[in-house]
Structures are given as structure tokens and as C-alpha cells.
Design a protein around this ligand. Structure first.
Ligand code: PLP
Length: 365
């Protein structure tokens, strides 16, 4: 039996694959002379963040203040909140955080700039901000260069704020229909940001950081001369979404969910003890529902065709599974899956090496 000492469903991280993924992304960043800033929303683990910092990452990125607060408690002190911090209570938490660590955040509106300026200048502190640019995802960020220029001017005029640079996330690469399209989006991401930084510098703004990144576009955006920072998250584990995009191979996926066969009600139906509460119901990212099953069972071509909360159902099976057998499932979306678990097991083949807490699990505020 696979990992008899572990109760299922459980989160496994294959140590060698994890180390390899960390090393390869660091090498990519080093090769292009850009700093690597891993986004920890993927693993939410202090220990894994340290494993990324040791070979050379300059700091981390987070999506949420509570993730940042957790990482600061874990001794990590260079944090980019790659998101907007809006509203009095959050701004107060950001101020508290800035007393303990070097933090920056993204901005994309004059209202938010004024709110941050008032809070930080009142307390005699300076916050570094990056203007978020929309390079095609159409989520947050500005795309009109004139509006971006105006926001930079406002930041320069505001006490308590310092313009650190510009940032973007080309998440629309997840909607691409081919590897060529992913590459094209990556090049565009880098080039649009470098061109914008140059024109802002011509207007007299000090744009030090040109921060880009997503796992699919990393290879292409980091290669654009003038990009200074690569901000990537999913690469640390990879998942079936990356496999479906041609960005990673199955054997580069470090994360899996260990599940047990708990019912075999008919000849052609196998039921696992991992359902939507263990695997999520995700079939893709950013609107691209390209996956047809709820995770890939390692070593078979069987698909999990249906999920209920606590059950995963495999139909039309090409393998013989018996009651009590265990399978490893590569999740469709690693980042969302990790957030369902209190801890993960780092494994090396069939040996358990260590149990690691998912420290920032559930940190969504
Ligand atoms: C702002 C921002 N930066 C970077 C990333 C990292 O992207 P990926 O997980 O594709 O590497 C994300 C992912 O959601 C993000 O939202």
C-alpha cells in the first residue's frame, strides 16, 4: 500500500521535483539578470518560501495582507503585496506590517493612493508602491499610458509614498490556445512593460522596478531586456493546468493528493475518498475550462469524471483498482488545492520525509 502511515485524503509534495522546480526558475531569473520574487499564494508555507529564498529569491510576493502577516511571523521580511490594499482597517494593518518588514503594494486608483499617503505620512513612514498595469488579463490595473502617467505624478506629489515601479500579471496566458500564443503573450507582457517604463522615465519618473510574471509566461517575459523582476507562483508545484498548456510535463508536477479507493459499486465505477473538498472543482484558470477531469491519476489514463464533496468518481476505467488501494492525483489547480489542507507531506518516492504546515492556509483577508 502506498504510504500506509498517512490518512487520506492527504497532500503530498515530491521533494526532488519541488527542488528541481525551484532551481530551474532561479536559473532562468539569473540567466536574464532579473530578480526572482516567488508568489507564495501557491504553497502558503513558510518553509517552502525559505527554500525559494535560499538559492537567491530577493523576497516574496503575496496576494493578501494575512499571508504577509503569516510570512513576517515566519521571519520573512521582504514582501510585495501584489494586490491593492484598500480601506481603513487594511491600511492600518499595512502600516503595522511596514514597521516589521520591507513591504510594498500595488495601486491603480487615485483614491487608494491618497488613502495610503494620508495614513503613511501621518505616521511619518514611507510606503513603496508599484502601479499595476493591465497587459491583457483585464482584472486590476490601468492600461492607458496617460492615466498611468497621471497616477505616477500623484504618487510623486503625495507625502508618505514612493514610486517603486510598475507591475503586471499576464494571467490571460492561461486562456491561450497554443504554446505559441503563450510565448507571444509573454513577450508582449515584457515588451509592453519595458516600453511603458521607458516612456515614464522620459517624463521624469523614477521607475526602478519592472515586475512581470506568471508561470506560463515566465520564460518569455523574463527574456525581454529591461524587465527587472519575475513574480511567479505556480511553478513551484506545477499542475494539470500547466500540463494542459504545455508549460510543464506531468513529471514536473510536485504536488499530488493521496486518496484511497473506498467503494467499487459496479464493474466500471471506482469511488475515491477525495472529492471537491480535497481536489477543488476547478477545470481551468481565468475562464479557460480546458480540462475534462478533476485531476490526473498518476500512472493511469483514468479520469475523475465526477465529484461530490467527499467522493471522487472514476468511470470508464483502464486499470484494475481494488478496495483500499491508494492513488496519487495531480490536481488541476495546485494553488487552490493547497488551501484546503492544514499540512502537506514532503515525500521522496514512497518515503515520507517531513510534514510541513500550510501556514497561510485560509489567509484570504
Ligand atoms: C498579481 C499576480 N502576480 C503573480 C502571480 C503568479 O502567477 P503564476 O501562479 O501563474 O506563476 C499571480 C497569480 O495569480 C498574480 O495574481
Amino acid at each position: 500500500m502506498l504510504f500506509p502511515e498517512i490518512e487520506t485524503p492527504a497532500l503530498l509534495i515530491e521533494q526532488q521535483v519541488l527542488l528541481h522546480n525551484i532551481e530551474m526558475m532561479q536559473r532562468l531569473a539569473d540567466r536574464h539578470g532579473v530578480t526572482l520574487r516567488p508568489h507564495i499564494k501557491t504553497h502558503k508555507s513558510i518553509q517552502i518560501a525559505r527554500m525559494q529564498l535560499t538559492p537567491g529569491a530577493c523576497g516574496i510576493a503575496v496576494a493578501k495582507l494575512s499571508e504577509a502577516e503569516t510570512m513576517v511571523r515566519g521571519g520573512i521580511h521582504n514582501i510585495q503585496i501584489a494586490n491593492q490594499v484598500v480601506g481603513a482597517s487594511r491600511v492600518k494593518r499595512l502600516l503595522d506590517l511596514a514597521r516589521l518588514a520591507q513591504v510594498s503594494c500595488s495601486v491603480d486608483s487615485p483614491e487608494n493612493v491618497r488613502e495610503l499617503s494620508e495614513a503613511f505620512s501621518t505616521h511619518g513612514r514611507t510606503l513603496s508602491v508599484l502601479v499595476e498595469v493591465d497587459t491583457g488579463l483585464h482584472r486590476c490595473g490601468l492600461s492607458d499610458p496617460e492615466e498611468i502617467g497621471k497616477l505616477c505624478r500623484l504618487i510623486d506629489q503625495c507625502d508618505g509614498l514612493q514610486l517603486a515601479g510598475i507591475m503586471t500579471h499576464a494571467g490571460h496566458a492561461y486562456r491561450a490556445s497554443s504554446a505559441e500564443e503563450v510565448a507571444q503573450i509573454g513577450r508582449q507582457e515584457g515588451e509592453a512593460m519595458v516600453n511603458l517604463a521607458e516612456s515614464l522615465r522620459r517624463e521624469g519618473f523614477h521607475v526602478e522596478q519592472v515586475s512581470v510574471g506568471s508561470t506560463p509566461t515566465a520564460l518569455h517575459a523574463a527574456a525581454v531586456f529591461g524587465v527587472t523582476e519575475l513574480r511567479v507562483g505556480n511553478y513551484v508545484f506545477n499542475d494539470m493546468i500547466q500540463v494542459s498548456l504545455g508549460v510543464a510535463a506531468e513529471d514536473q508536477c510536485a504536488l499530488s493528493v493521496l486518496a484511497t479507493v473506498t467503494s467499487l459499486p459496479t464493474n466500471d465505477r471506482v469511488v475515491l475518498d477525495a472529492g471537491s473538498k480535497s481536489l477543488t472543482t476547478e477545470l481551468g484558470a481565468h475562464g479557460n475550462q480546458r480540462l475534462t477531469g478533476f485531476g490526473k491519476i498518476i500512472g493511469t489514463s483514468a479520469r475523475i469524471t465526477r465529484l461530490s464533496e467527499e467522493h471522487g468518481i472514476i468511470e470508464g476505467l483502464d486499470t484494475r483498482l481494488r478496495l483500499g488501494d491508494r492513488v496519487r492525483i495531480i490536481p488541476n489547480h495546485a494553488c487552490a488545492t493547497v488551501n484546503l489542507y492544514d499540512y502537506a507531506y514532503i515525500v521522496d518516492g514512497e518515503s515520507v520525509r517531513q510534514q510541513v504546515p500550510i501556514d497561510a492556509r485560509g489567509c484570504v483577508t
